[in-house]
Ligand binder design. Structure first.
Ligand code: SAM
Ligand code: SF4
Length: 341
């Protein structure tokens, strides 16, 4: 077995000298919502045999931590609907205890937070992202198809009571929630939440609603917000696509994720793992590496480590999203729920 000191001496670095310190893990492709921009109503989910067990996910995440990943985010699908998911959180929290990991966090739709918030906090989770696109219960039901706003608000209250810091993710949707963004900024200010606005991304066929109809450029949203709020540029960064401001009137952070209009690839520090053990080196590219085969082939981690390193060596320089106006097809055919955003 390679000594740990040797591995730590050679952190995961891609061909463009970007150090890979952040792994996002989709623990399930299933979800209790069917958001219009994310899933078709009649989604077909993966057969259980293809999905990694919680023990396998733990082993895979732990390999990344051993190779230098400092931040893990559990996402999905909806991570908190996976049966027994808290056993994975508990087990991964040992890396926080050992100091190998700086942060363990979750992106959730909030529907199961009331049940899990206190235990997440007890496991050392400090911050979570919760997706809320609208504060209007009828619109919420329309956007999420199966979600109910009061359940999510109860979940948020439980998370707040447990001491978790909360960042709200809201996808900006033309003609749907664009008239509500002021209210969301105000609500986040009152509640003590940060807010990140996301431009709709062309991922996966979603049926019905054409993505071109949903696309709302955040440059427009920002210009409108600046009529009412003072947005001070902030140097806060997560190494990802969000550009942050501080809302002077509320003191809270406001981020904009604009993958279609702004290139954020130079500072990319992340890769994405699906619940079947497929590693995507870039959100906007199809190239992927199968880590399930080396994981299942042996209980020894050498082949797995080598496969991870070989995948990182293929990380592309950047993505190439376009909402193709002629073909109206998705630039990337997988759904966001495969990699969890
Ligand atoms: N179910 C969890 C949730 O909704 O937060 C985690 C998974 S979800 C795929 C992660 C994030 O991706 C959510 O904030 C969601 O709004 C966003 N998302 C999904 N589909 C998207 C799309 N086509 N464009 C932009 N954001 C999208
Ligand atoms: Fe589910 Fe999240 Fe996709 Fe909505 S955005 S359907 S909550 S995975």
């Amino acid at each position: 077995m390679t000594p740990i000191a040797t591995i730590a001496d050679r952190p995961l670095t891609d061909p463009f000298a970007r150090q890979i310190t952040y792994l996002r893990v989709s623990v399930t492709d299933r979800c209790d919502f069917r958001c219009l921009y994310c899933m078709a109503e009649d989604m077909t989910f993966l057969p259980k045999a293809e999905v990694l067990s919680l023990e396998e996910l733990d082993r895979l995440c732990s390999a990344f931590v051993r190779l230098g990943v400092r931040k893990l985010r559990l996402t999905g699908g909806e991570p908190l609907v996976r049966r027994n998911v808290m056993s994975l959180v508990r087990s991964l929290s040992r890396h926080l205890g050992s100091g190998a990991l700086d942060e363990l966090t979750v992106t959730t739709n909030g529907s199961q937070l009331q049940r899990h918030a206190a235990e997440l906090a007890a496991c050392g989770v400090r911050r979570i992202n919760v997706s809320v696109d609208t504060l209007d219960p009828a619109k919420f039901a329309e956007i999420t198809r199966w979600g109910r706003l009061p359940q999510v608000l109860d979940g948020l209250a439980a998370a707040k009571a447990a001491g978790l810091q909360i960042k709200i993710n809201a996808v900006a949707l033309k003609g749907v929630n664009e008239d509500e963004i002021d209210r969301m900024v105000e609500w986040c200010g009152t509640e003590g939440f940060d807010l990140v606005l996301i431009e709709v991304m062309p991922m996966g066929e979603i049926g019905g609603e054409a993505r071109l109809d949903q696309y709302l450029p955040l440059s427009m949203v920002r210009a409108r917000l600046m009529r009412r709020w003072t947005l001070d540029e902030s140097d806060h960064t997560t190494g990802g696509p969000a550009r942050y401001f501080t809302v002077r009137e509320t003191g809270r952070r406001l981020g904009f994720i604009t993958p279609l209009t702004h290139n954020f690839c130079e500072s990319c520090n992340r890769v994405r793992l699906t619940c079947t053990g497929t590693l995507y080196m870039c959100l906007g590219q199809e190239d992927a590496a199968d880590l399930r085969a080396p994981l299942r082939a042996s209980s020894d981690d050498r082949a797995l480590d080598a496969a991870i390193r070989a995948a990182i060596a293929r990380k592309p320089r950047g993505h190439d999203f376009v909402i193709d106006r002629r073909r109206q097809r998705s630039a990337v055919s997988r759904h966001m729920s495969v990699t969890g955003g």
